[in-house]
Design a protein around this ligand. Structure first.
Ligand code: ZN
Length: 148
């Protein structure tokens, strides 16, 4: 039987080595920057939302293996989801990592592997950074914003 801990580490290392959807999106409808000063993680998240559905999502930035892997898995997971689904998933994911009792994680699919981060409380912020950035992007702007 494959040890869940090994699986967790393998998945994180894999996504960190070659993150999915790692690129700047020129035509993003929503974007936000997220930083986790505790660890030095920094990501830029890009979304292309059309008719309440996340058509495309990508990210760039640099951070530790957990923040990069979490962002990579999140972008995979969110393609094609509605905004309501994305917000719901964010809440479930956050609860999984911040609440003591084990939550039902079946609906989180592959993301449930990141529950392993709970064993390292200092790294929870690394794992949730991408999701907080998603929240900021969705709550902010319906149009492309520029920091210039
Ligand atoms: Zn980190």
């Amino acid at each position: 039987m494959l040890d869940l801990r090994d699986l967790y580490q393998e998945v994180i290392l894999d996504h960190n080595r070659s993150p999915h959807n790692f690129n700047v999106m020129a035509d993003a409808s929503h974007q936000a920057e997220g930083v986790n000063p505790l660890c030095g993680d920094q990501i830029y998240l890009y979304l292309y939302v059309k008719e309440n559905k996340i058509e495309k999502v990508s990210f760039t930035g640099k951070g530790c293996a957990i923040s990069t892997a979490s962002a990579s898995m999140m972008t995979d997971f969110l393609q094609g989801k509605t905004l309501e689904e994305a917000k719901e998933i964010f809440q479930q994911f956050h609860q999984m990592l911040t609440q003591k009792e084990d939550k039902e994680t079946a609906h989180l699919g592959k993301l449930a592997i990141l529950a392993g981060v709970k064993t390292y409380p200092a790294r929870v912020k690394c794992a949730t950074l991408a999701w907080h950035t998603l929240d900021a992007a969705l709550n902010c702007c319906n149009e492309k914003i520029s920091t210039e």
